[in-house]
Design a protein around this ligand. Structure first.
Ligand code: NAP
Length: 318
């Protein structure tokens, strides 16, 4: 007699993905991999993305409005650029079921608490989140199940959030492959300003600086790009809408960290001007040690060429 084993019950009966780009589609793959959702409903603004999501089997049902997508969902995940969270939250609010969890994946968190929080009805748990995992690619075809494996997901529940809802969402992210950490939104925004937001700003800026140099042609920029510049161009290929919204919604922390960066780069500039090799060597050696720490923590690979030619794409984390 063969033993009959029932499939484990999914963590959530119905998950609504509001936005199906890189992160939304990766979440779908990650949920499918472990059977985390009984049903995945999806919403995307364009007919093209809705068709692609259906064709790729990212969703079990696809909807033309966010309001329709969230009906009956016990987990709602906002996966659009953060600049449109407020109108979406307003639209879905009357359709959220009691006991449902509403979360998001946005790269800033204070603005999400500000824009979404007031719309959440009583009896619905609102827990902002941010998977620190991504690539420079966008759209429903760019997602893959392994995106969150071994990466951190930060949750920023506001005071008074039911601990069992936070635990259930943490279990969801762990089942998607992530490590989970909880902190307050302001702290998240400060840490991410220096680890992600300002580095992206520098990449956008330096790529344009090179492009605008009159004595360096575009073809030279491409031809000689291996010397460090290439990694900036990869980061600078990230979605402009997403990054516009990040800087519009993390203004204070971004400006604070940019100020510190400017001071520190002036120190380097001065050391170069005065031939101060000791300062240059000391600061470069300190920075090098940080890279070793990241590799030791398993957050990147020490493989030559950043392991670029092996496995799924890894890249800009936001
Ligand atoms: P994406 O690939 O560009 O996908 C964005 C999705 O949002 C698409 O489904 C798009 O629909 C929809 N959308 C865009 N504008 C909209 C609007 N005005 N109204 C309604 N829907 C709209 O973006 P993503 O990289 O997945 O990023 C999504 C979120 O994840 C952002 O909040 C970002 O901060 C966060 N995040 C990104 C990364 C990363 O590395 N990319 C990492 C961590 C977190 P259409 O396709 O139909 O236009």
């Amino acid at each position: 007699m063969t033993a009959h084993r029932e499939a484990p019950k999914p963590l959530f009966a119905r998950v609504a993905l509001i936005g199906i780009g890189l992160i939304g589609s990766s979440l779908s793959h990650a949920m499918r991999r472990r059977g985390l959702a009984g049903h995945i409903s999806g919403y995307a603004q364009s007919a093209r993305t809705r068709e692609t999501a259906k064709r790729l089997g990212l969703v079990d049902s696809i909807h033309e409005t966010a309001a329709d997508a969230v009906k009956g969902a016990d987990l709602v995940i906002l996966c659009t650029p953060v600049g449109v969270y407020a109108p979406i939250a307003q639209e879905i609010a009357p359709h959220l079921g009691k006991g449902a969890i509403v979360t998001d994946v946005g790269s800033v968190k204070g603005a999400v608490v500000r824009d979404v929080g007031p719309h959440i009805p009583p009896g619905v748990h609102f827990i902002p989140g941010h998977p620190i995992a991504g690539t420079e690619h966008s759209g429903p075809e760019s997602g893959f199940a392994e995106l969150f494996d071994g990466r951190w997901c930060v949750l920023t529940p506001v005071e008074g959030t039911a601990p069992e809802a936070v635990e259930k969402l943490s279990a969801f992210w762990r089942a998607c492959g992530s490590n989970v950490e909880t902190m307050d939104a302001a702290h998240h925004d400060m840490v991410l300003a220096i680890t992600s937001h300002v580095p992206h700003l520098i990449a956008f800026s330096i790529v344009n600086t090179a492009r605008h140099l009159e004595r360096v042609t575009d073809s030279e920029v491409i031809k000689f790009s291996a010397g460090g510049f290439r990694d900036f161009t990869r980061i600078a290929a990230s979605d402009p809408v997403m990054w516009r919204d990040v800087f519009l919604n993390n203004k204070e922390a971004a400006l604070e960290m940019l100020g510190r960066f400017t001071e520190d780069i002036t120190v380097l500039q001065r050391a170069i001007r005065f031939g101060d090799g000791e300062t240059l060597h000391r600061l470069f050696a300190e920075a090098r040690a940080t890279r070793k720490g990241i590799i030791a923590a398993g957050q990147d690979t020490a493989a030559p060429d950043f392991g670029r030619h092996k496995g799924p794409p890894t890249g800009a984390k936001s």
